[in-house]
Design a protein. Structure first.
Length: 164
């Protein structure tokens, strides 16, 4: 809960980054999945009702996650977290697969065919969406916890280490 309160104290640079990345994520996922009508991509099936909230939450979480990578000179830099970066990336890709048309996804159709995409992949998409959102939320939690933890210098040889 402490880390969520800290978000409210972010400087304008972090909020601007969060807003821009939120918008870019939404557009980058919505255009190729044809959730946002466009002349370049089409869908063979209608967009599911749950795809829009999943896209919105994914975009917001992605924006907040990206904002944690913006340096704030007033505080100690957040330690790098390859795990959070990896989980966030997997979450965004998972959302892209979850909200996309199962018959239009060439990788899925190539792997299991059109009938397989409808029989096997389409029913799994809502679960994939939930897992993707959980991964993004977990990645954000890791980054926010890193922002609130305090870094301790290693103790010199012969000096007992400090613990919190």
């Amino acid at each position: 809960m402490m880390s969520l309160r800290m978000i409210a104290t972010w400087p304008a640079r972090r909020w601007l980054t969060a807003a821009v990345v939120t918008a870019v994520t939404a557009v980058v996922i919505a255009i190729p999945t044809d959730m946002l009508p466009n002349p370049w991509f089409t869908r063979a099936m209608d967009v599911t009702w749950w795809s829009y909230p999943v896209l919105a939450v994914t975009a917001i979480l992605s924006g907040l996650l990206a904002a944690t990578y913006v340096n704030d000179p007033a505080i100690t830099p957040v330690p790098e977290s390859p795990r959070a970066t990896r989980l966030g990336g997997i979450g965004v890709v998972g959302t892209f697969l979850a909200v996309g048309c199962p018959m239009c996804n060439k990788l899925v159709v190539l792997a299991i065919g059109i009938s397989g995409s409808m029989a096997w992949f389409a029913p799994v998409q809502p679960y994939l969406a939930v897992v993707s959102l959980v991964l993004l939320a977990f990645a954000l939690r890791i980054r926010l916890r890193g922002m609130t933890s305090c870094a301790l210098e290693p103790a010199a040889p012969g000096v007992p280490s400090q613990t919190l």
